[in-house]
Design a protein around this ligand. Structure first.
Ligand code: FAD
Length: 220
């Protein structure tokens, strides 16, 4: 899996702080723009502590995500407050087997071999269908959830906080959890105040939405 931060709203923390200041100020936008970094940084910290997170919707992040499974992207695109562009299996022929192997399978040599043989068999059938003139959009029906894909996603900071609460959780599947943790590391560098407390609900809100006391992170 490769995760790249392709784009960020300029001044990612100043923008929401300005928005927050505007809500409580009679000053013009021109005057507000002259606010000091120190004042805006303090305002942002304050609104984040209060949980008034609508202002951080003004800050967006675009990620380029490569070599993840279709299982992962199926879970990812359930997050509706986001924009996506995904490699098409209608227009791109995946002639070579390109697939993700879950660690639970990879750790056992014989299981891994059986898995890889299954993938090879699937791709043999896929290529056979293509060679018989079946369009890629139909041949792809035999491809597995494991098939690799690339996707670009843009999310605003508020939606990302929700994404991290759900997907950094140990209950989330390993692959999307890995992605969420990589994304969190990237955005923390750009917007440390906004994401200082980001993470799973047990860490941010002190409660477990899965109500799973056997989890090692279950709040005491
Ligand atoms: C561990 C785990 C297991 C899961 N298992 C399943 C499963 O078995 N089956 C399944 O179908 N899904 C499953 N999901 C997906 C889950 O139900 C959500 O669809 C997904 O996590 C997206 O979350 P979201 O709706 O909060 O995000 P977004 O779609 O980004 O929405 C963000 C927030 O906006 C608000 N919102 C968005 N759209 C609406 C709307 N139409 N109406 C009102 N408010 C809205 C809500 O407050 C929402 O929390 C699972 C998720 C996780 C993390």
């Amino acid at each position: 899996m490769e995760v790249k931060l392709l784009g960020v709203t300029p001044n990612p923390e100043r923008m929401p702080a300005l928005a927050a200041k505007l809500t409580h100020s009679s000053a013009s936008v021109d005057e507000l723009e002259k606010s000091s970094e120190k004042e805006l940084s303090s305002i942002l910290g304050h609104v984040m502590n209060l949980g008034h997170t609508s202002v951080i919707e003004h800050t967006c992040f675009t990620f380029g995500i490569s070599d993840v499974s279709r299982s992962l992207t199926h879970q990812l695109v359930r997050h509706r407050i986001a924009s996506y562009a995904q490699q098409s299996q209608r227009y791109v022929n995946l002639k070579e087997p390109v697939f993700v192997t879950p660690p639970s399978i990879a750790k056992d040599a014989s299981m891994k071999q059986a898995y890889e043989e299954t993938m090879k068999g699937i791709w043999d059938q896929y290529n056979r269908l293509l060679s018989l003139g079946i369009p890629a959009e139909d041949a792809r029906y035999v491809l597995p959830n494991a098939a690799c894909t690339n996707i670009i996603v843009t999310m605003n900071a508020r939606s990302l906080l929700n994404f991290f609460e759900l997907r950094c959780c140990l209950h989330a599947q390993w692959e999307i959890r890995t992605l969420a943790n990589k994304m969190l590391q990237l955005v923390k560098k750009e917007a440390p105040t906004i994401f200082s407390k980001a993470g799973p609900s047990c860490k941010t809100k002190g409660f477990c939405p899965e109500n799973n006391p056997s989890c090692k992170w279950y709040p005491k």
